[in-house]
Write a protein that binds this ligand. Structure first.
Ligand SMILES: CC[C@H](C(=O)O)C(=O)SCCNC(=O)CCNC(=O)[C@H](O)C(C)(C)COP(=O)(O)OP(=O)(O)OC[C@H]1O[C@@H](n2cnc3c(N)ncnc32)[C@H](O)[C@@H]1OP(=O)(O)O
Length: 250
């Protein structure tokens, strides 16, 4: 199985479990995330954690060994749309969602982390919207969420630079909620959360969801998906992906 879903002490944890391919997202992981969303609505945890196996990567984005077969806009759009709906559902879960960034979060992996409410980033992790290096934009809603998260110039620069930033840089710019160096740092974050009753956390999450419903977040995500699908179909993107897939083995 490419993922795990566990519930302990009212904390539901989703773990991407494809470390050999840096926890890239394929159809099976998408199915798992869709299952997570249903479980959260049915079992009412106090908090959700999204993380991954190992320490090399949180998520390296879409699995290019699979998605490179999508050539046209019409072929790419359904995959982008499906994952954008997964991330919108995660964004609007009625409980706090924490990305425990255990390693590199790049491309769509950075989008997943940005769709979460909080980002606890291990000090060695590097994260970035590197889609620009593939001659395209984010395509799962991540850019839309980033403009909801950071001050405008920092969001636009993170997207346009298309590079991976250090945990300290991510904290300074306001993307990382906390840089963590050990389990104690993580435990401290959740201990603080546990001091307040779950219904208070849910009520404040409702305030954010109301804002997003009023400011057209879903429509803005759809426009991002459509634009990405257009760029996806161009030769420059296919050539960049091919370069990645044919790079010499380390
Ligand atoms: C689908 C659209 C989506 C979006 O933006 O909306 C996307 O995310 S597009 C995909 C964008 N992601 C990338 O371009 C990331 C590519 N990967 C990397 O930059 C690195 O692998 C990194 C930084 C995540 C980790 O580097 P590290 O040196 O630790 O590992 P390797 O690069 O040697 O990778 C190990 C092994 O995994 C394969 N790999 C890694 N990422 C992907 C991926 N996203 N898709 C497919 N395969 C991936 C890599 O090729 C290596 O394979 P091997 O056969 O062992 O050489």
């Amino acid at each position: 199985m490419s993922y795990k879903i566990e519930m302990k002490d009212q904390i539901m944890t989703f773990t991407i479990d494809r470390p050999e391919i840096r926890n890239a997202i394929n159809d099976e992981v998408m199915v798992g995330l869709e299952e997570l969303i249903k479980k959260v609505h049915n079992s009412n945890p106090r908090v959700v954690i999204i993380t991954a196996t190992g320490s090399r990567a949180f998520c390296s984005g879409g699995d290019l060994s699979v998605f490179h077969e999508l050539k046209t806009e019409e072929q790419a759009y359904p995959m982008l749309k499906r994952m954008s709906e997964v991330l919108y559902s995660i964004k609007t879960l009625p409980v706090p969602v924490v990305a425990l960034v255990n390693g590199a979060a790049v491309g769509g992996g950075c989008e997943i982390a940005t769709a979460c409410d909080y980002r606890l980033v291990w000090e060695h992790a590097k994260c970035g919207f590197i889609q620009g290096t593939l001659a395209m934009t984010s395509g799962w809603g991540g850019a839309t969420y980033l403009f909801e998260t950071l001050q405008h110039d920092r969001a636009l620069k993170m997207l346009s630079d298309a590079n991976a930033l250090s945990a300290e840089q991510l904290f300074e710019m306001g993307w990382a909620t906390k840089v963590v160096k050990d389990q104690a740092d993580i435990d401290e974050f959740f201990q603080t959360m546990k001091k307040i009753r779950p219904e208070v956390h849910r009520a404040y999450k409702e305030v954010a969801i109301r804002k997003w419903r009023l400011n057209g977040l879903k429509d803005r995500v759809e426009a991002e998906v459509r634009r990405c699908a257009e760029l996806w179909a161009k030769d420059a993107h296919h050539e960049a992906v091919n370069d990645f897939l044919t790079k010499p083995k380390k």
